[in-house]
Design a protein around this ligand. Structure first.
Ligand code: FAD
Ligand code: UQ1
Length: 413
């Protein structure tokens, strides 16, 4: 049994950034990070990997080089939480005892929940998915080899990370097929479980204009339940007509899998809410029952869109709150739900959506980010990755709030 003042579960976007902050504050050997993966991936780059702009190697760094030098990296998985006793059980058999715990395990991909999907991803080159390291490199070859016919892009009936990603790849593929001269033989469909194209009205309106202009069909309330690669058929449940399904022939399909909170978290009922995600105060990120536990990023029930940009903004709030609790004070929360989704709508066009808990735009730049812009494409492709690796993961980026206030000369939010 080992003891650390602070234990962080997960060394992804949120966990690594929080660990960096607290390693600096608490010093060598005081912070343990439990993280099984050999590589840390910058997942926001995977849309650009799927569209052939970047390679998967450009999205990867070895975990050893990104985790803070002075933390104790435990290269294993958390398998069970015991928050009453301040203990985490690890897959390697060890037990960790902590004073404070930060859970940053991300969201779980459930490819097995769609019948036939794992098999189809293995055997059918026209079935792809940007969401997984093992499949993201299939996407661009599938786009290039497509010769026309039905191209389907799906959005599942569960919470997801980066709610824009299921359609970003569609706009990039559409542009590729237009340039390849096969657009007139191609029928592009976005089959989404949702009833809207995007959760924020301002950006949804712009996206609806774009799908119309580019002759993309949007089918709402369709949830993929089965895929049959031998018949090249995808079966969708119609969510607005009970018991009804619809079968589509596909010549290309990009699947966004169903997702959920990680199983390890879900089986600890005192940590979660009925949705299965970790139950935290949405303004402070402190656990609703255990004051010495905080959560960050995709594994929490914070009611905002799950992104690395949100995790960045949460980082600053978590730091302050946890320092308060360490000093015996109550955290006074102020997370406003800031999240961002760079909506790539072409090979050099991007709508940089930024918004808060209420779906109100919270834009950094002093111009209308609802317009598609080349400058925002370069932000997404070249600038933000540098911020991520060199500033956020080092614990120095709490989102663009300070920058936004400067840009707006103190006016607005
Ligand atoms: P993650 O970064 O996923 O990290 C979770 C970590 O926990 C992982 O390293 C994992 O190995 C570890 N872990 C899991 N289980 C255990 C366990 N039992 N024990 C210990 N460790 C465990 N975000 C944006 O901001 N902008 C974008 O444009 C964008 N585009 C995206 C496009 C795609 C295709 C994808 C897949 C994601 C995109 N995102 C984007 C979302 C972004 O990647 C996530 O929201 C972000 O990584 C969340 O950070 P996190 O720390 O919560 O989880
Ligand atoms: C951001 O801060 C961030 O985290 C590092 C992202 O994740 C990859 C983003 O996609 C975006 C858009 C931001 C916001 C940053 C700026 C400069 C607007």
């Amino acid at each position: 049994k080992k003891h650390y003042p602070l234990v962080v579960i997960g060394g992804g976007a949120g966990g690594c950034s929080v660990a960096a902050k607290f390693c600096r504050k608490l010093g060598k050997g005081k912070v343990a990070v439990v993280e099984p993966a050999e590589y840390h991936y910058y997942q926001p780059m995977w849309t650009l990997v799927g569209s052939g702009v970047k390679t998967v190697d450009q999205s990867a760094r070895s975990m050893e080089t990104v985790l803070p030098q002075h933390c104790a990296w435990l290269k294993t998985r958390a398998v069970e939480f015991n928050p009453e006793k301040n203990i985490v059980h690890l897959e390697n058999g060890d037990q960790l005892n902590y004073d404070f715990l930060v859970i940053a395990m991300g969201i779980q991909l459930n490819y097995d929940k769609v019948k036939g999907l794992l098999e189809a991803l293995k055997t059918d080159p026209s079935v792809c998915s940007n969401y997984w390291r093992l499949t993201v490199e299939k996407t661009f070859p599938a786009i290039k080899n497509f010769k026309g016919g039905n191209a389907i892009f799906t959005f599942p009936n569960t919470p997801v990370k980066c709610a824009g990603a299921p359609q970003k790849i569609m706009y990039l593929a559409e542009e590729h097929w237009s340039k390849a001269g096969i657009r007139d033989k191609t029928n592009i469909m976005f089959n989404t479980s949702l009833g809207v194209i995007f959760g924020v009205k301002k950006y949804a309106e712009r996206l609806l204009e774009i799908v119309k202009e580019r002759h993309i069909t949007v089918n709402f309330k369709r949830s993929l339940i089965e895929i049959n690669p031998s018949k090249k058929e995808a079966i969708f449940q119609k969510l607005d007509e009970e018991g009804k399904t619809e079968t589509y022939k596909y010549d290309f399909i990009h699947v966004t899998p169903p997702m959920s909170a990680p199983d390890v978290l879900r089986k600890c009922t005192s940590l979660i809410d009925p949705s299965g995600f970790m139950s935290v105060n949405k303004n402070t990120l402190q656990h609703t029952k255990y004051p010495n536990i905080f959560g960050i990023g995709d594994c929490t029930n914070v009611p905002t869109s799950k992104t690395a940009a949100a995790a960045a903004a949460q980082c600053g709030v978590l730091e302050k709150g946890l320092l308060d609790v360490m000093a015996g004070k109550t955290p006074d929360g102020k997370y406003d739900g800031y999240t961002s989704c760079p909506l790539l709508v072409g090979y050099n066009k991007c709508i940089l959506a930024e918004f808060d808990f209420d779906g109100q735009p919270l834009e950094t730049f002093p111009f209308d980010q609802g317009k598609r812009r080349r400058s925002m494409y370069h932000m997404k492709k070249d600038v933000i990755p540098e911020i991520y690796w060199n500033v956020m993961l080092k614990g120095h980026w709490n989102g663009p709030q300070t920058f936004r206030r400067l840009m707006h000369f103190g006016k607005g939010k």
